[in-house]
Design a protein around this ligand. Structure first.
Ligand code: C2E
Ligand code: MG
Ligand code: MG
Ligand code: MG
Length: 283
């Protein structure tokens, strides 16, 4: 366990702080080795369209450590962001995702899917981010229009000018850009109109909160997000759809695509390829 390492280092009076620092320190060391030890994998979560057909897929990073077990991205991504490891990590994800797109390219079903990749703020704001993406796409010989990059509002706000330049350059190549986790953070509608997004993903927390507030304010906000996004020519994806009721309500409001446990958990590539042809509506 994490507590057994680092006995000789500075100790804190607060055992909570001590163990947080120790486990964080251990994770940092372990994460450095994770790529070369092949502990990282990708899982794939389907995005279904209005007719219930699989239209897209989000790729999510998984880290299984031989001793520590499964470590969720919410734990290791912030560490990787803070120490710069997110750069090799993010590049590994981009490379593996593009390799997967290349493998699918001739397939009658999988060949038309759009694959979404999460990008972190540090990665996105690196000066050579666009070059890195284009180099990876070129090396795998894939069509840029099949790749979607998911960025968050806070990332964009970290440096609005840089974000605008990069988003414009990426979109000129045909790559799609999604705003992830919309509905959390500031969620300013003004950014939607000033930045060139192809799609907006309504955050799962928001989707789930709104279900209990069908006649209230949350719901009105979702409706407004959808209407505005459509007016701006953007597609709307609902994240974290877990129930038939959420799906029904969101379809009525005009969401274009749905992602969540109701349609399928993130799964490994073989399970994803097996399940892709399923149609979910009416289940
Ligand atoms: P995200 O991009 O918003 O991804 C969606 C998260 O919601 C995923 O969590 C997914 O497993 C989870 N999810 C999907 N459907 C449902 C549902 O119906 N209910 C609930 N409760 N959760 C659902 P995950 O895989 O733990 O990833 C968490 C976050 O970590 C992601 O949020 C993303 O911000 C980040 N992340 C994951 N993979 C990568 C990556 O390759 N690169 C970067 N930079 N960040 C990543
Ligand atoms: Mg995402
Ligand atoms: Mg996210
Ligand atoms: Mg999200």
């Amino acid at each position: 366990e994490a507590k057994s390492v680092g006995r000789s280092r500075v100790r804190f009076h607060d055992p909570g702080v001590q163990s947080i620092l120790e486990s964080r320190f251990r994770l940092e060391i372990e994460l450095r080795r994770a790529i070369e030890r092949q502990e990282l994998t990708l899982v794939y979560q389907t995005q279904v369209g209005l007719a219930g057909q699989c239209e897209g897929v989000e790729v999510l990073l998984r880290w299984h450590h031989p001793e520590l077990g499964y470590i969720p991205p919410s734990e290791f991504i912030p560490i990787a962001e803070a120490n710069g490891l997110i750069l090799p990590l993010g590049q590994w994800v981009m490379d593996a995702a593009c390799a997967q797109l290349a493998r699918w390219s001739g397939d009658p079903d999988l060949g038309s899917l759009i694959l979404s990749v999460n990008v972190s703020s540090k990665q996105f704001h690196e000066p050579d981010f666009v070059v890195m993406v284009m180099e990876t796409i070129g090396r795998h010989g894939i069509n840029p229009a099949r790749l979607c990059l998911e960025v968050t509002e806070s990332m964009v706000l970290d440096d609005l000018d840089d974000a605008l330049v990069k988003m414009t350059a990426l979109r000129e190549t045909g790559i799609r850009i999604a705003m992830d986790d919309f509905g959390t953070g500031y969620s300013s509608m003004a950014y939607l109109s000033s930045l060139p997004f192809d799609e907006v993903k309504i955050d799962k927390a928001f989707v789930q909160k709104a279900e209990h507030d069908v006649s209230g304010g949350e719901w009105v906000i979702i409706e407004t997000i959808i209407t505005l996004s459509h007016k701006l020519g953007m597609k709307v994806v609902a994240e974290g759809v877990e129930t038939a009721e959420q799906h029904r309500l969101l379809s009525e409001l005009g969401c274009d695509r749905f992602q969540g446990f109701y349609f399928g958990r993130p799964v490994d590539i073989d399970a994803f390829a097996r399940g892709r042809a399923e149609v979910f509506v009416g289940q």
